[in-house]
Design a protein around this ligand. Sequence first.
Ligand code: SF4
Length: 450
Amino acid sequence: MMEAAFYTLGCKLNQCESEALASSFKSRGFFITKASEKADIYVVNTCTVTTKAEQKARRMIRKFARENKDAVIFVTGCYAQLNAEVLSGLAENVFVVPLVLKHTIMDLPEFILEKTLSGMSLTEAARYFIDGRTQIIHEEDRFKFIGSTHTVHTRAYLKIQDGCNNNCAYCRVRIARGKSVSLRLDEVIERALDLEAEGYREIVLTGVNISDYRDPDHPEKRLPALIRSLTCSLKTAGIRLSSLEPDMIDEDLAEAVMHPSVAPHFHIPVQSGSDTVLEKIHRHYKADRVRNAVELLKGAKDDPFIAADIIVGLPYEADDDFEASCSLLQDCGFSQIHIFPYSPRPGTELYTVPLHVPERVTKERAGRMHDLAASLYKTYVKRWMGREVSVILEKESSTTAPVFWTGLSENYLHMRVHGVPGASEARGRVVRAVITAVDNGIDADFVEFV
Ligand code: SF4
């Protein structure tokens, strides 16, 4: 039996696509092994959001190639789309599949089996696969990522959208992934019902910018309409949304997410709290629009978990601009802040802007932002002390007695759940639990299975 390993960097969409690729290998009889172990085939799904993500990809590709000379390493993803030559030059046994052809890897296991059974070596088969691929790409190809190995996640990812029509001045993703496209609404419903039938209790809607969702058959049907169709169709599975653009959070969306099967967890890429900086980096909103969006979501759910992305050290960011970011995040009472020190990206408008914030200042600002993030998170978690939440159980702690389960609550709190009755087949099940402690991580006591 041949072994395949997957190494994925970046966003939920990349995770979703890797999960589908892995399931295609698994369904053809390949054993899915960890990337830290030996394998015949490695698939590296790269990211181009930061320089660090690219450095990590190169490092891991070299490691796989050096430690497994007989293996073949397929490299795909956003970085591979924009810098294929750099990556294919890393080692002899590295084969680059640009992002636009990533879907063809769904057919790779079958191809490899057929060619190696006919006497070809793995490397020859890999070369043959790369040279023989069609260059004709259809829009629907970008949604060929179906399937799950059930090995990695207890929640299912569902890709509903790809690409982006915005032109944020720091962003390389839109260059790699191209214009926004969406999966037909009927198809989304069908795939969600399949995942529910497979036993998934939660479906995470992913894309590059799901706020851009638009049913190709009925363009007037946007994300709120899709959410309503899903909450109407699904019986046992809930849905969780990935990032929402602030300027796309309006009354209609707030009304749609009120439905109890939509998780009270939202993620907003705010990026800056300064109207001056927001305008210069081509974000389509001002700080007050973010305040309004957060108010709408807080009005739609009972104390939802709202996370924000913030970039510190952007060109143009003066001290006042940074202070504006801090006060916006504080005013909105975000539950979590993802902090990104600005990373100049080749090919983006900001890359050539001379006005760079000194690294020392960026580090200081990131440090202050971390302190703010820690205090906001603590404030949020403290509010949930003694309250009951729904939790999807993920992993049983086999090394401690009494045993507990780790899990993720509907409002995105990672916690230890104690006192879950029955043996170890509770993975992926939904339980009610009461939060009993929040000082050293979060502890909760089991109440009942849902
Ligand atoms: S919204 Fe902006 S940052 Fe996000 S993918 Fe589109 S262009 Fe990039």
